[in-house]
Design a protein around this ligand. Structure first.
Ligand SMILES: *[C@@H]1O[C@H](CO)[C@@H](O)[C@H](O)[C@H]1NC(C)=O
Ligand SMILES: *[C@@H]1O[C@H](CO)[C@@H](O)[C@H](O)[C@H]1NC(C)=O
Ligand SMILES: *[C@@H]1O[C@H](CO)[C@@H](O)[C@H](O)[C@H]1NC(C)=O
Ligand SMILES: *[C@@H]1O[C@H](CO)[C@@H](O)[C@H](O)[C@H]1NC(C)=O
Ligand SMILES: *[C@@H]1O[C@H](CO)[C@@H](O)[C@H](O)[C@H]1NC(C)=O
Ligand SMILES: *[C@@H]1O[C@H](CO)[C@@H](O)[C@H](O)[C@H]1NC(C)=O
Ligand SMILES: *[C@@H]1O[C@H](CO)[C@@H](O)[C@H](O)[C@H]1NC(C)=O
Ligand SMILES: *[C@@H]1O[C@H](CO)[C@@H](O)[C@H](O)[C@H]1NC(C)=O
Length: 506
């Protein structure tokens, strides 16, 4: 702590924060409001000037804007208090005589949105004006702040770009899910079609992170600027209690198109049993925890190769390495006809090691679901009470066939325009043969679901997905793992996230 304090003093001496940019309103009006905006990482504050001027122009009143500028253009928690104080001074010095009642809005792009939310959560009760809204652009309330945000915190408008390669639409969909029911009194998440991460500024050079990760936009910088300033202007009007049909209509229009875009992703994440919607019950007794993965149930039904009405699958999400180790099991049928088999299976979703950064840059869906299932042979034998040949029942790439089902699920759910882009410009997914069978459980656990870039006969790049498998016949010598068929599943969420985002990333 002392160390941070020292750095903070040092930095504030070396880089004084005189570089904050003030934009005085051109319009003189009795309706006055402030808007303080925090830059994204490495993006000079001046690159938001056109955005801010357009917002001022649209706003029917006097909007005082400060674009904050941090040293090295990188918003920094230890400096944020200093930068904000000097922004308030700058407004006073330039003639904005605000007091505790004056309405103020904050905004932030990308990392700026993360830094500003942290500052506001910590300080919103002691601000020298009336904070009534926060706008996050290509940014979102982080997982760690979700639970810390006080219930009387001002309304948050989260703005995403459909083709944002940094704050992915999947992460924005997670924000949407947690904002539900959407309400301007609390929180609302809206997405602009065809827009990418860069376009929240839309002027100046692209940073190296943006060049490396952002997706090609399908609207111009001017259109993007027009859309986001219109949305923010309507949000400000509503928060200022100015009843206006046009504002409500505009926000509804975006709310509708947002649902069309994010809903297929949310459905996919639900199928997966996404840990950041509701954590698995095995991770502790949290209210509304998720017991099993809906997709894993489908996988076992396919593995069994029989009607759903003959199987009763219980899936439990827990670590496949847990002690005691859990194995799939089949309850014995008592009658040979009209028998309903109970099968228990185990699934562990595995998220990117970078998932904990929660910056939206890395895949949000699970990279693989480790599924321990009962083999087809075991299911058939239990159901029909006779012997089946393991070489015939379980020799094909059944894991791959299940993964093809996940991909088909995603292709059917994604919006038409998304599919068109994926097929025309994207690296498409193709499901390959299963890998293995692995000799030991450890080998199966630590061999990942493989994503390999290859070229087809027209020299077009595609990505082959292959599942490591482990399978044993029912008469296998080790009883606990006799009659199992383990897969690394491509989840419907990962498949649809790939179609929307990864397939078209640089
Ligand atoms: C702007 O606001 C004023 C009141 O502050 C109102 O009289 C006027 O009609 C508004 N103009 C528009 C275009 O909404
Ligand atoms: C908000 O989230 C950021 C990033 O996860 C974290 O560093 C910060 O401590 C959080 N703020 C609060 C008040 O918990
Ligand atoms: C949004 O969707 C609702 C319900 O489907 C519909 O009633 C409404 O007219 C739509 N609004 C706009 C502006 O498209
Ligand atoms: C659990 O789910 C119910 C019903 O959807 C909801 O009303 C409740 O707020 C949730 N509780 C928590 C802690 O999320
Ligand atoms: C099923 O029957 C076999 C043999 O009768 C027995 O060894 C096994 O424990 C039974 N399994 C269950 C889940 O009841
Ligand atoms: C299967 O599970 C259901 C519901 O838990 C239970 O009622 C039934 O007795 C079980 N059947 C067998 C054969 O274990
Ligand atoms: C299954 O295949 C293995 C290896 O190909 C062979 O050794 C075994 O005899 C076969 N078992 C049956 C029941 O066909
Ligand atoms: C395929 O495309 C790559 C990159 O576009 C190129 O380097 C390579 O020479 C091409 N291969 C063939 C066989 O055309």
């Amino acid at each position: 702590m002392k160390y941070l304090y020292f750095i903070s003093i040092l930095l504030s001496i070396v880089f004084s924060t005189k570089c904050n940019i003030i934009l005085k309103p051109e319009k003189i009006s009795t309706t006055k409001a402030g808007f303080i905006f925090v830059q994204g990482a490495e993006i000079p504050a001046i690159n938001y000037k056109k955005f801010a001027l357009e917002l001022q122009r649209k706003f029917n009143g006097s909007l005082w804007v400060v674009l904050t500028e941090f040293p090295l253009n990188t918003p920094e928690p230890v400096l944020v208090n200093n930068v904000m104080s000097s922004a308030y001074d700058l407004l006073k010095k330039n003639g904005f005589d605000f007091d505790k009642k004056t309405p103020f809005f904050f905004g932030g792009h990308s990392l700026g949105g993360i830094i500003v939310q942290d500052y506001l959560i910590k300080n919103f009760k002691s601000l020298p004006f009336n904070l009534i809204g926060l706008v996050l652009e290509g940014s979102f309330i982080t997982r760690s702040n979700r639970s810390k945000k006080p219930s009387d915190f001002p309304a948050v408008l989260t703005l995403g770009g459909e083709l944002d390669g940094l704050a992915r639409l999947t992460r924005i969909s997670e924000a949407f899910y947690h904002d539900s029911p959407q309400s301007l009194d609390t929180s609302m998440t809206l997405v602009v079609n065809g827009m990418n991460h860069y376009q929240f500024s839309g002027e100046g050079d692209r940073t190296s992170t943006i060049i490396k990760n952002d997706i090609e936009p399908e609207i111009t910088n001017e259109q993007a600027r027009d859309e986001i300033t219109s949305i923010i202007n309507s949000f400000i009007n509503l928060k200022l209690n100015r009843k206006n049909e046009d504002d409500i209509k505009l926000l509804f229009k975006y709310a509708n198109s947002t649902v069309d875009l994010v809903w297929p992703l949310i459905e996919g994440l639900n199928m997966e049993g996404f840990y950041h919607f509701n954590p698995p019950c095995s991770q502790g007794n949290v209210p509304n925890c998720t017991f099993g993965s809906p997709w894993s149930k489908q996988a076992q039904i396919y593995m069994g190769s029989i009607d759903t009405n003959k199987l009763n699958v219980f899936n439990e999400m827990r670590s496949v390495l847990g002690i005691p180790e859990h194995f799939p099991s089949i309850s014995n049928c008592t009658k040979s006809t009209e028998c309903l088999l109970n099968i228990s299976t185990i699934t562990q979703n595995v998220y990117s090691t970078l998932d904990s950064l929660d910056n939206g840059l890395f895949p949000v869906a699970a990279g693989e679901a480790r599924a321990k299932m009962a083999s087809r042979q075991a299911v058939l034998e239990a159901l029909f009470n006779k012997k089946y040949n393991f070489n015939e029942t379980d020799s094909s790439s059944i894991c791959g066939e299940i993964n093809q089902m996940a991909l088909n699920w995603a292709l059917k759910r994604a919006p038409l325009n998304t599919i068109k882009r994926y097929l025309e410009k994207g690296k498409v997914l193709k499901i390959g043969q299963d890998v293995g069978p692995e000799a030991t459980g450890f080998q199966w656990v630590f061999t990942s679901l493989k994503f390999t870039e290859l070229r087809d006969d027209k020299n077009k790049t595609f990505v082959e997905v292959r599942s490591p498998t482990l399978k044993t016949p029912t008469d296998y010598s080790i009883k606990a793992i006799a009659g199992v068929h383990y897969c690394k599943l491509l989840t419907p969420a990962r498949a649809i996230e790939w179609i929307y985002i990864d397939s078209v990333k640089p």
